[in-house]
Design a protein around this ligand. Structure first.
Ligand SMILES: [Zn+2]
Length: 171
């Protein structure tokens, strides 16, 4: 039975892709070269994180799951080059460096570059973590970024007051 299903699936795939790939004919080798970096890229943002922050996020993620909330790190550690790209994109989007800096920090100022910040999603996880994160020292830092968390208090402590946006940190 399994064999027949595989055959059927193979026939379907072949039937679907043959007409579409006639013009492009992708090289099989380029496919296999493209495949491995995906999981690497996926874990890099966690590997560069401060170990204490990573542990706190892991514990919070488990507690959230027990409450029925799926918590995901959408962005963690970033290279300076990546942060620079994000800032360039924000300048293009918002029209000025000053406005862009309200949403994206410079490579030298970003807590993501030093491995001291995580962005969390989806929204219900952000809401949950803002309520419970201090248990592990995790605090929402900026009024305009509900997804951005850092270790900013001792476990069980009180989070500092939020800044209006990340540009206030360096004023
Ligand atoms: Zn962030």
């Amino acid at each position: 039975m399994k064999f027949f299903l595989l055959l059927a699936a193979g026939a379907l795939v072949a039937g679907c892709t043959v007409p579409m790939t006639i013009q492009t004919v992708p090289e099989p080798s380029s496919d296999t070269e493209m495949a491995p970096p995906v999981p690497k890229k996926h874990t890099a943002h966690r590997k560069g994180l401060d170990p204490e922050l990573r542990r706190a996020v892991q514990q919070a993620t488990r507690a959230a799951a027990a409450d029925g909330i799926q918590m995901k790190v959408t962005s963690g550690w970033r290279s300076k080059a990546h942060q620079r790209r994000l800032l360039d994109e924000a300048v293009a989007r918002y029209g000025s460096l000053e406005e862009a800096l309200r949403f994206v920090s410079t490579p030298d100022n970003s807590a993501h570059v030093t491995g001291d910040a995580v962005d969390i999603g989806p929204t219900e996880a952000d809401v949950w973590l803002e309520q419970h994160g201090a248990t592990w020292g995790l605090c929402r830092m900026f009024a305009n970024e509900m997804w951005h968390f850092e270790l900013a208090t001792t476990p069980g402590g009180t989070c500092p007051e939020m800044l209006p946006d990340s540009s206030y940190r360096n004023r």
